[in-house]
Design a binder for this molecule. Structure first.
Ligand code: CP3
Length: 362
């Protein structure tokens, strides 16, 4: 396992030599020296050093400035010794390059100033290359990679799945029932297909560019399809596009994580869309979800992030429960089953990472 440590692998050699980092080993279903752990939204608002930076810069400024994005990416890795770094960005900035006006409103989440409402809006959407529109994030990946390479900590790139991005583009922001999105999908099916095809083109190009910039794994977030749609609509209006996205991105030569939130009713269908690793949300017990996906497929998850708000005496057995259900099988990446919330005590993140490490080290 240690033979490649310290040796700088070139991007093309990475695909054929066995990685040493526990996270990359688990992503390939290989045994690792311990269960790797990283956390969704690990670099967010629960960190005082992040909040201090946010007082001086807007979210989009942090994302668009490579040195600042790299700094935020490294904060939780340095603080807790996590097994992977996820580049600091958001799923929505690529929409700016397509012509949508994006802003993050304090306390109110993302806002699109000119949401899509007619077929013509979809025709007018641009499909520019990520090298032009997401250059800041690509540069942040290069900076983080060169910083973390000597420590053998891999960098994860990410993007949103087409339904989740379409929902923001059509609703103009967050939504509870996705009624505009579903009305559009059901009344304009041909335009819907064109919209999702454009989004897949942009996201696939962006993910491949992130791998070229140095990302050693890629995660696709489909946060809202599972919440918005029943199985039949998912299979008809979403799955073909997700399949196309995963098929394109499989050319990157790095593991791809398919994180589809809230798809318990059709987890096997969502997993079948593609990706090497299946990201599990917190709703099903890990062993039951893993069995449905198939134990030969690596999984990532699945502690309820709200457990970190509980006292340690309640949090610890819940961490142990996830580990017990994984039973030390190769191919488990420990994670939360959705993003950490801003109220998360920093001390609980530290203890979680330490505990997973101590309990699973050989
Ligand atoms: O450390 C990391 O996890 C990397 C950074 C990251 C952010 N957003 C930064 C962010 C990642 C991976 C995301 C993904 C993302 N963004 C998703 C998919 C994952 C999920 O949670 O389902 C979604 C749906 C979004 C869209 C989004 N961005 C929302 C709904 C909001 C507002 C609500 C919230 O959680 O704050 C954001 C803002 C956002 N993205 C923040 C951060 C750190 C908070 C902004 C701030 O600093 O004020």
């Amino acid at each position: 396992m240690a033979e490649s440590r310290g040796v700088t692998a070139t991007a093309s050699a990475e695909a054929d030599t066995e990685p040493s980092a526990p996270f990359l080993r688990a992503c390939r279903g290989l045994p690792a020296e311990r269960t790797p752990v990283w956390l969704l939204r690990q670099a967010g608002r629960y960190l005082p050093e992040y909040r201090a930076l946010r007082e001086r810069h807007s979210l989009l400024e942090l994302i668009r400035t490579p040195e600042l994005a790299a700094q935020v990416t490294l904060m939780p890795v340095d603080a807790f010794g996590l097994d992977a770094a996820i580049v600091f960005s958001d799923i929505l900035p690529p929409l700016q390059g397509m012509g949508l006006e994006l802003d993050f409103v304090q306390g109110d989440g993302p806002r699109i100033g000119n949401p899509i409402s007619r077929p013509r809006d979809v025709d007018l959407m641009a499909v520019p290359p990520a090298e032009e529109t997401m250059a800041g994030t690509l540069e942040a990946i290069r900076l983080v990679r060169s910083e973390l390479e000597p420590r053998d900590v891999p960098v994860i790139g990410f993007a949103g799945a087409p339904f989740t991005l379409a929902s923001y583009a059509i609703e103009g922001g967050a939504s509870k029932d996705f009624s505009r999105t579903k009305a559009f999908m059901l009344s304009e099916p041909a335009t819907w297909r064109r919209l999702l095809t454009k989004l897949v083109t942009v996201q696939a190009d962006y993910l491949l560019a992130q791998a070229r910039a140095g990302a050693q794994a890629l995660q696709v977030f489909d946060s809202w399809a599972g919440r918005a749609l029943g199985r039949e609509d998912y299979l008809r209006y979403v799955a073909p596009h997700n399949r196309e996205l995963f098929a394109s991105v499989s050319r990157a030569g790095v593991p791809v994580i398919n994180f589809s939130l809230g798809v318990g009713a059709y987890l096997t269908d969502a997993a079948a869309c593609g990706g090497d690793v299946v990201g599990l949300d917190w709703q099903l017990p890990l062993d039951e979800a893993w069995e449905r996906v198939g134990f030969e497929r690596p999984v990532q998850g699945n502690l309820d992030p709200a457990a970190l708000l509980a006292p340690w005496r309640e949090l610890r057995p819940r961490i142990d429960d996830v580990l017990d259900r994984a039973r030390g099988r190769p191919g488990h990446v420990f994670n939360v089953g959705h993003g950490l919330v801003p109220q998360t005590p920093v001390e609980h993140v530290r203890r979680l990472v330490e505990h997973v490490r101590e309990r699973t080290s050989a």
